[in-house]
Design a protein around this ligand. Structure first.
Ligand code: M6R
Length: 364
């Protein structure tokens, strides 16, 4: 049931503050200011290397998580799309943690990669939304997302719930490694708990995003730029736009622009820049200015501070609440999803059932 929404995708975008809060409840003990994980029959603190494997949007959640695992827990992370992982003969030391991320828990490539990792004596952790799925059944450590059924082919709420689980896992791992003081842990719990309200605030800008969709709808190509954890968000933005509006879009690490893609820039190629104010802001903005100097039309997604500093000269800006960097990916997912959604609606595509795509890819 779509309720009073026009599409399942829209409904699922709007459900995010509620389902992310629901998911966080399973992984945070608010009263104790602690992160919490289901019981494990292995020592998380002894994990020396993590291998993350997933496809599509779930893969981008994994890319964000790599930043967190390395930053907070100082554990090296390998990450690969499932269809590559299996065929590159990865070096997997016994006892490593292999982490599979999937909404459906049935994606054929990811499931085959899981079995490959099992055969290589990895500890198998899965982040899945369907608790009865094949991946859930084959896991040593099952980390469910509590997004509820996701109907739209374009993944939205499953993605932000994956991010919530992965942030909590990163904090748990850091604690298990002795790298988190109780004060730091309390701070992480506090920041994560702020996520749903900030996502709600982001949804409040839906009208602005809808109003600017006509600037993107006529484009043949669109670029998305971001740095650090916003780089996977750029990839996710481009994937969302491609799959439901059929506009060719690519996400790039902002600093890579000058190594090739900047040659594409002209006034017909809108560039979406994802840049919350913070430590990486200035660098991303300087890449954005390189684009503008070549006549590129920029849509800047940032907070009031970022927009005040760099919004001038942009074709449009989308204002997000000012949030802690840890929850920025959860919050910035919202405008990226809404933009793709409104562009697709403006183009009149079948938003919930885009051509050539299936909700669950059960062929290899
Ligand atoms: O069910 P999964 O999370 O394993 O699915 C992975 C991808 O097929 C999926 O994320 C796909 O990329 C979505 N259509 C993206 O919106």
């Amino acid at each position: 049931d779509k309720g009073n929404h026009r599409h399942f995708m829209q409904k699922e975008i709007y459900e995010q503050p509620v389902v992310v809060a629901q998911t966080l409840r399973a992984y945070l003990r608010r009263m104790e200011n602690e992160v919490a994980m289901p019981d494990m029959d292995f020592d998380l603190g002894a994990v020396k290397r993590i291998t993350i494997v997933a496809c599509g949007t779930s893969f981008y959640a994994g890319m964000v998580a790599k930043y967190w695992f390395e930053k907070f827990a100082r554990v090296p992370v390998d990450i690969d799309v499932a269809s590559e992982f299996r065929y590159r003969d990865p070096v997997l030391e016994k006892g490593g943690l292999a982490l599979f991320i999937s909404q459906s828990g049935e994606t054929a490539d990811t499931l085959a990669a899981l079995r490959h990792a099992r055969a290589a004596d990895q500890i198998i952790a899965v982040v899945v939304n369907v608790p009865t799925s094949s991946m859930a059944r084959e896991a040593d450590l099952l980390l469910p997302t509590h997004a509820g059924p996701e109907i739209g082919v374009a993944s939205t709420k499953a993605f932000t719930c994956q991010l919530a689980v992965l942030a909590a896992l990163a904090a748990n791992l850091a604690r298990a490694k002795g790298l988190l003081t109780p004060e730091e842990e309390a701070e992480i719990v506090w920041h994560l708990s702020e996520g749903p309200a900030a996502m709600n605030e982001a949804l409040g800008h839906d009208g602005d995003i809808e109003a600017m969709a006509h600037l993107i709808a006529p484009a043949r190509d669109v670029l998305y730029l971001g740095r650090g954890p916003d780089y996977p968000m750029a990839l996710e933005g481009a994937l969302k736009l491609k799959e439901i509006s059929y506009i060719h879009a690519e996400g790039y690490a902002a600093g890579e622009m000058k190594h090739g893609p900047i040659a594409l820039i002209d006034e017909a190629v809108p560039v979406i820049v994802i840049a919350p104010s913070g430590p990486l802001f200035e660098k991303t903005v300087s890449n954005m200015q390189e684009v503008q100097a070549r006549g590129g039309k920029v849509v800047l997604i940032s907070d009031a501070e970022g927009i005040a500093l760099a919004g001038e000269g942009c074709m449009a800006t989308i204002e997000m609440p000012k949030v802690h960097p840890l929850i920025a990916p959860l919050v910035y997912a919202v405008p990226v999803q809404l933009l793709a959604y409104h562009v697709a609606v403006a183009k009149g595509t079948d938003v919930d059932q885009p051509r050539n795509l299936a909700k669950s890819v059960t062929v290899e």
